[in-house]
Write a protein that binds this ligand. Structure first.
Ligand code: ADP
Ligand code: ASP
Ligand code: MG
Length: 405
């Protein structure tokens, strides 16, 4: 078999852990598999680099930012290759450029466009273990790009798709995908098998165990992804196509996201074309909007709220302040102390009353809902961030997620 194994930051957090990863990788090789390894930077390293830039300027040039943050993964790939050599196996490390990971030019959140993987294939054919830097690519000018936080997951899935690997194994610090963050709710239960669509919702709603775009990619190219622990050999979670069993489960998980901010535009003229102008401007600034709410208008004016990633708070306020003047709105404000809590489940498609149960459970705890959004298989509520943990626990209880489906 050809297996892509990805190890996250905690799994390569110190030299001992890197040696542990080397042992696991060599074990797979000794079992007769071809192995490609994708690594993250050591845990905390990317944050440290971002903090360093912040000490220099509040608005670092995105190209230089990528040059900076891509260095974390260069360290771990070289160290792992050395650790594998020490165990008597052949290995070679590759940067994103060497691995042929070609992306667009949207620095700090680039999209992979193509993977050539020639050096990886060559290494495999020479019996070597290829060790690839996660999170990074190059654009058409050969400038280094990065793929967004958690982007090593995407590198792994994309490399697995390019090589038509049998499995893409994501090794992390928990042994699978749980009904909710097991570090927040100890009663959380491991899910044996989850559909791409449910995993996509869980990830995009905040379950950071897999990066959203990596799940999108896995779904598109039908890559079988397994989430496993690098610290034990427990069976993990398989992310795969939906089957009939999965549809029986109404709610399969609860996710939360504290990384969004709510922007409110006040006194917006309620006429055709205004919303288009607002959201064209935002997308022009490469900011991704999540929930949008427009109030009923009064006297030709309305209020509009939407959420954006907190990391874009400064940028969105700059853009919105200009826009307020342009479109003749009254004002704009931002609230960062919010959280989005969501329930996800393929079975919601065919069950009614789920939203009512969710709202009732939150109301019983006195938690006010500021925004609501739904899709076929999820319901999300924006609440005050101080109630996040309470809300997640209450929803986990209400939908009896600790019990096996
Ligand atoms: P890595 O550094 O290996 O990429 P991450 O920190 O990105 O690891 O993701 C693993 C973390 O995701 C876990 O430690 C856990 O706290 C968190 N997490 C959030 N939601 C879930 C969930 N539903 N199932 C498992 N882990 C989750
Ligand atoms: N090191 C990068 C980050 O922290 C990528 C990753 O770990 O997946 O976002
Ligand atoms: Mg991660």
């Amino acid at each position: 078999m050809l297996i892509v194994q990805k190890y996250g930051g905690t799994s390569v957090g110190n030299p001992e852990r890197i040696k542990n990863v080397a042992r696991r990788v060599c074990r797979a090789k000794e079992e007769g598999h071809d192995v490609v390894v994708v690594l993250s930077a050591m845990s905390g390293e990317t944050d440290k680099l971002i903090a360093l830039a912040a000490q220099i300027t509040d608005s670092p040039d995105p190209r230089e930012m990528d040059m900076l943050v891509s260095t974390g993964e260069r360290v771990t790939i070289a160290l792992l290759a050395m650790a594998i050599h020490a165990l008597g196996h052949k290995a070679q490390s590759f940067t994103g450029r060497q691995a042929g990971i070609l992306s667009d030019s949207v620095h700090t959140k680039a999209r992979i466009e193509k993977i050539t993987a020639n050096r990886i294939r060559e290494a495999i054919s020479e019996g070597k273990i290829a060790v690839v830097a996660g999170f990074q690519g190059i654009n058409e000018k050969s400038d280094v790009t990065t793929l967004g936080r958690g982007g090593s997951d995407l590198t792994a899935v994309a490399v697995a798709a390019a090589l038509a690997a049998d499995f893409c194994d994501i090794y992390t610090d928990v042994d699978g995908v749980y009904t909710t963050d097991p570090n927040m709710v100890p009663q959380a239960r491991k899910i044996g098998k989850i559909s791409y669509d449910e995993m996509l919702e869980m990830a995009s709603l905040g379950a950071k165990v897999l990066q959203t775009r990596s799940v999108e990619f896995a779904k598109k190219y039908n890559v079988p992804v397994r989430v496993l622990s690098s610290f034990n050999d427990n069976p993990g979670t398989l992310v795969t196509k939906e089957d009939a069993d999965m549809e029986k489960v109404v709610v399969s998980g609860v996710a939360y996201d504290k990384n969004q901010a709510k922007v409110t535009l006040l006194g917006v003229p309620d006429k055709p074309g205004v919303a288009a102008t607002i959201f064209n401007t935002i997308s022009g600034a490469n900011i991704v909007v999540d929930m949008i709410i427009q109030n009923v208008s009064e006297g030709g004016l309305t209020d509009m709220s939407f959420t954006v990633p907190k990391t874009d708070s400064k940028k969105i306020m700059e853009v919105m302040k200009k826009l307020v003047a342009e479109i003749g709105a009254k004002d704009v404000n931002i609230k960062e102390e919010i959280a989005k809590v969501s329930i996800v489940g393929a079975g919601m498609r065919s069950h009614s009353g789920v939203a009512a149960m969710m709202f009732t459970a939150l109301a019983k705890e006195g938690i006010n809902i500021m925004m609501i959004s739904t899709s076929e298989i999820k319901i999300s509520c924006v609440i005050d961030s101080k109630y996040t943990e309470l809300a997640v626990r209450v929803l986990h209880d209400t939908f009896e997620l600790e019990k096996a489906a």
